[in-house]
Design a protein around this ligand. Structure first.
Ligand SMILES: Nc1ncnc2c1ncn2[C@@H]1O[C@H](COP(=O)(O)OP(=O)(O)OP(=O)(O)O)[C@@H](O)[C@H]1O
Ligand SMILES: [Mg+2]
Length: 300
């Protein structure tokens, strides 16, 4: 299985590029899933089909999935109830299933859990991950360390307290440990997958403007320092030729950022996409697919 994680700052075109990449992969005969890791889903709107909270077949070899984060948070809470009660208990906090989804880091945890299911069920040749605006891949990578820390701590208090916990409610202490171990093992599996270039790569989407380019450079540096491979960059909204002075100036400035990215990242594929002059959805996605893949700027 290949995991293509599409990252970048807010509004640069991640969802459009994810949907087009999935369309292309499926058109090449690869069983493909496009999976939204953004709680504010936009695939339904872009693909012009109601995607929904279960993987759904939406075309030949093409599936889409937008997990309902509130429903998944409740399910996650009940699956790891003992561990979470103990964890929050350490901070003297009481947490209800319905509030769990609003805690920081919980979205990443839930999406990691969903991605794990998809990864281990192994039904798709390609999974394109449409990510949220922030670099959610980092918390994903750090999860194993956090869960290992937690398990170690639990093991540390095991001898002292597990007997007491089990006395309070039979099996409580043991189930805390087994839930924590299960979560750690899942997060380790996903971490190893994300660190394996043959499995996971990141495509960074950006626009040719100073702030966006600088943020992309930071993002690439950070994820690469964690060992995840960024193999391509898509520079979106590149202006077409126009003779007016405003456009000439803007185009020259855009061109300098395109050149900067091309020379800085000579080891990666750098693709450009024009501004299509209106929202990109439905049929227009095939233009993006052609520009990125049929013209050979990127490959799957
Ligand atoms: N090349 C383009 N030309 C014209 N419009 C575009 C282009 N690329 C994206 N858009 C439009 O820009 C908007 C944002 O695109 P998209 O939703 O893909 O961005 P995003 O990075 O996923 O945003 P978010 O961070 O909110 O998830 C959409 O309305 C989309 O139709
Ligand atoms: Mg999006």
């Amino acid at each position: 299985m290949r995991l293509i994680y599409v990252a970048g700052k807010g509004g640069v075109g991640k969802s459009v590029c994810s949907a087009s990449t999935a369309l292309w992969a499926s058109s090449q005969g690869l069983e493909t899933l496009v999976f939204s890791m953004d709680p504010a889903h936009s695939l339904s709107d872009i693909l012009e089909v109601e995607v929904g909270g279960r993987p759904r077949k939406i075309g030949d070899g093409l599936h889409a999935y937008e997990p309902d984060i509130n429903e998944e948070a409740r399910k996650f809470f009940s699956r790891y109830r003992n561990m979470l009660t103990a964890l929050f208990g350490l901070f003297e906090m009481e947490v209800r299933a319905e509030d769990f989804g609003s805690f920081p880091g919980v979205n990443e945890l839930i999406f990691m859990d969903k991605l794990y299911d998809i990864y281990t069920e192994d039904q798709y040749a390609v999974v394109v991950i449409d990510s949220a605006p922030t670099a959610m891949v980092l918390p994903l990578l750090q999860l194993p360390r956090v869960t290992t820390g937690f398990v170690t701590r639990m093991l540390g208090i095991k001898s002292k307290w597990m007997g007491v916990l089990n006395m309070l409610e039979p099996g409580f202490g043991d189930s805390i440990l087994s839930e924590a171990r299960r979560l750690r093992s899942k997060s380790e599996t996903m971490r190893n997958a994300l660190l394996d270039q043959n499995i996971a790569t990141i495509t960074v989407v950006t626009i040719p403007e100073k702030a966006a380019v600088m943020e992309s450079q930071r993002l690439i540096k950070t994820v690469e320092s964690h060992g995840v491979h960024v193999d391509s960059i898509i520079i979106n909204h590149v202006m077409q030729d126009c003779d007016c002075q405003y456009c000439r100036q803007k185009k020259a400035s855009q061109e300098s950022y395109v050149q900067e990215l091309r020379s800085q990242y000579a080891d990666k594929r750098v693709a450009t996409l024009p501004d299509y002059g209106g929202e990109v959805k439905g049929e227009t996605l095939s233009l993006v697919m052609d520009d990125l893949y049929r013209k050979g700027q990127l490959e799957i």
